[in-house]
Ligand binder design. Structure first.
Ligand code: HEC
Length: 400
């Protein structure tokens, strides 16, 4: 092997650990996301019975039935006329699997129903019962459906799905219209409404701080005024003030001026707490631009306003974009501020997601759909702006 080839080989081999780490990190991130996505499209019965990775394999139930019951009850369940497991009426007596396991000690013609060592365990029995019931009801469920998303958007949490209950007339009048568009956008429990509320909260709460931060950053980096350094130092210091500290004073203030429960109140709060960091980041970026370009603009007789709009703003697009991503993600995912100042009056998505599950943990097929809805937009924003993101982050570090 000549030295050149060896060197190349070394280079390739040397990169392997890095690549392995990157692949592991990607898997750690992608696998749960994929699980969430797949689960959000699965019917509730499937979600309760099996893991999302089994979506493409044979549905359970039959396997367990064949192992434990088919030898006597027959493959179709109708071999014993006195206990016809394929009869809907018969099987509907057994609402819970414990009622079946109670029969295992029965003796029929002197023989015990199922000997102790041949019994299915609780999980297997539950699958068997579900499979029997479904065979009885004769419905072949699809593997994937959109009902979870429809239920979540309409904010529906019933025994059946929104669509099925609407069709069967099971909806309590006055609670829902069974008109999807109305239910999704008007009902206070609907994720559709919450989605709109979150957008209403997030967009201004991102744009307003950036708007002011751009002006302030320009002033801090390129205008000369008294106390500039001191003011900036205070601003940097303000960043460490925890948001929680301000909750009560601002809350009381809002109650006095009637801003509680309004979007304006939340915008102002997010603006107040977003500004110090926003100004700090933009100023660092603007301040790192070469002095000469501003001098030459002023020499040409331009005003500070022209320098700001024509020069500073276009040049700081990467910083503003990455700031925008940060602020947007923060506001979008924020629960605390929205909970305190909006609560149930104008519920946002983070608030509503929690309402999708019961305190006993039921309904998490809806939780997955709700979670996916709420992180769809941040994903789009992130990937849409990521090229600015990287540039903006490095902006302060690399000059030239
Ligand atoms: C060893 C044979 C055998 C196996 C295995 C078996 N069964 Fe049975 N099962 C019987 C017999 C026999 C009866 C009584 C039928 C009758 O009443 O004449 C019965 C009755 C039942 C009944 C009615 C009980 C009652 O008292 O009304 C149910 C429900 C039932 N079986 C469910 C199951 C399920 C579920 C499985 C699989 C987990 C299973 N059986 C496995 C033989 C078996």
């Amino acid at each position: 092997m000549n030295p050149q080839t060896r060197e190349r080989l070394n280079k390739i081999l040397g990169r392997i650990p890095l690549h392995v780490v990157i692949i592991i990190l990607c898997l750690l991130w992608i696998l749960p996301t994929l699980g969430l996505l797949v689960t959000s499209f699965r019917p509730v019965q499937d979600v309760n019975e099996s893991g999302w990775w089994t979506v493409l394999s044979e549905r359970g139930g039959n396997v367990a039935y064949e192992t434990y019951c088919a030898s006597c009850h027959g493959p179709a369940g109708d071999a014993l006329p006195a206990a016809d497991l394929s009869d809907p009426e018969f099987i509907s007596q057994y609402r819970r699997s414990i009622q079946i396991s109670a029969t295992f000690n029965n003796e029929y013609d002197g023989e015990i129903h199922i000997p102790e060592d041949q019994r299915p365990n609780a999980d297997e029995l539950a699958t068997i019962l579900t499979a029997l019931r479904e065979g009885a009801e004769g419905e072949a469920r699809p593997r994937f459906w959109l009902q979870n998303y429809i239920d979540v958007l309409a904010g529906y949490r019933g025994r059946l799905t929104y669509a099925a209950d609407c069709e069967a007339g099971n909806i309590i009048p006055g609670q829902r219209e069974c008109d999807f568009l109305t239910d999704a956008t008007v009902s206070q429990a609907a994720m559709g409404r919450a989605f709109i509320n979150t957008v209403i909260v997030s967009v201004p709460a991102t744009l307003i701080p950036i708007f002011f931060a751009a002006f302030a950053a320009f002033a801090f980096s390129w205008l000369d005024f008294k106390g500039r350094q001191a003011l900036f130092a205070i601003l940097v210091g303000l960043q460490i003030v925890p948001l929680q500290m301000a909750l009560i004073p601002i809350f009381r203030l809002y109650v006095d001026v009637g801003l509680n429960g309004t979007f304006l109140g939340v915008w102002l709060f997010h603006t107040g707490f977003g500004l110090p960091y926003a100004i700090y980041l933009t100023r660092n970026f603007l301040g790192s631009l070469p002095m000469e370009i501003f001098e030459s603009v002023y020499l040409d007789g331009a005003s500070a306003w022209t320098a700001f709009t024509r020069l500073a703003l276009p040049l700081s697009i990467p910083a503003i974009a990455s700031l925008g991503i940060f602020q947007f993600l923060w506001v979008w995912n924020d629960l605390l501020v929205a909970l305190v100042f909006l609560g149930g009056t104008n519920p946002v998505m983070t608030y509503q997601i929690g309402n999708m599950v019961t305190s006993l943990g039921a309904g998490w097929h809806l939780l997955t759909a709700a979670a996916f809805l709420s992180f769809l937009v941040p994903m789009i924003v992130f990937f849409g702006l990521q090229r600015y993101f990287v540039r903006g982050l490095l902006g302060g570090a690399i000059k030239g």
